[in-house]
Design a protein around this ligand. Sequence first.
Ligand SMILES: C[S@@+](CC[C@H](N)C(=O)[O-])C[C@H]1O[C@@H](n2cnc3c(N)ncnc32)[C@H](O)[C@@H]1O
Length: 240
Amino acid sequence: MAEDTLAEHREVWARKRCLRLIYRSLHQRMARACRPGRTLELGGGIGSFKDYLPDVVTTDIQAAPWLDLVADAQDLPFADGSFDNIVLMDVLHHLPHPSRFLAEAERVLVPGGRLVLMEPAITPLSWPFYHYIHQESVRLGVDPLGAAAQCSTDPYDANQAVPTLLFGRHLARCRERFPALRMVEKRFLSILAYPLSGGFKRWTLLPGRVADLVLALDDVLSPLLGRWLGFRMLVVLERA
Ligand SMILES: C[S@@+](CC[C@H](N)C(=O)[O-])C[C@H]1O[C@@H](n2cnc3c(N)ncnc32)[C@H](O)[C@@H]1O
C-alpha cells in the first residue's frame, strides 16, 4: 500500500511540471535555511530534495532504491551530535509521536545545528481545503506533545494540524519541554500556486507555463497575508 503511494507520487512528479517548480522553490528555501555541514533528511519519500542538496543523507521509514538508509524519525540510528542540519518536508504531521522525534532531533544535532521543517499551515483559507478536499485529516483538538498517538503507524496516516498546533498554540509548552530547540524562523508560504497545483493529486488548475509567475506573486503576498491565507509554513529551530 505504502509502496503503491510512493510509485504513484513518482509518476505524478514526472508528469506535473508545476509541482516540480513549486517544490524547487520550497526546497531552495529549505536548503538556504541550512548551515554548512552534514545534513540528514527524514521522510525523504521520492527523494526530490537531493537535487538541491546533493550531499544530503536521505532516509525514510520505507525502503526505496534512491534512499541512503531506512530510519524512523522517532528513533534515529545515529550517534549524538552527528548532523549540522535535519530537514523534513511534509513529515512531522505523519508522525505518531512528534515529541519523540523532537527529542531525537535535539540529540542528533550538533550545538548550533538546525532543524528545518516545511509543513502544512492551517489558516482560515487553507482549513476548508485541507479539511474537505485533501485526503489527510485535520484535528485541531489534539495535544501535539501528548503521549497518545496523533495518527497510526501507517506512514501515510496524518494529522495536518500538528505543526500549526506545535509552533502556534502549544509553542510555550514545546519550548518548556525542549529548551535546547530555539525557534529562529517561522514563515507562512504558498497562498496560490500550491493549492492551484493540486499537489500530488492527478488534477491541476495551474498550467506549468504560468507557474513561475504565480510563484513570484506568492513571494509578494505571503509575507503580508500568509498567516491568514498561507497553505504552508517553514519553521527553523536551532539547537542551543
Ligand atoms: C507526505 S510524504 C513526504 C515525502 C517527501 N518528503 C516529499 O515532500 O515529497 C511523508 C513521508 O514521511 C514518511 N514517514 C512517515 N512516518 C515516518 C517515520 N516515522 N519516520 C520517517 N519517515 C516517515 C513516509 O514514508 C513518507 O515518505
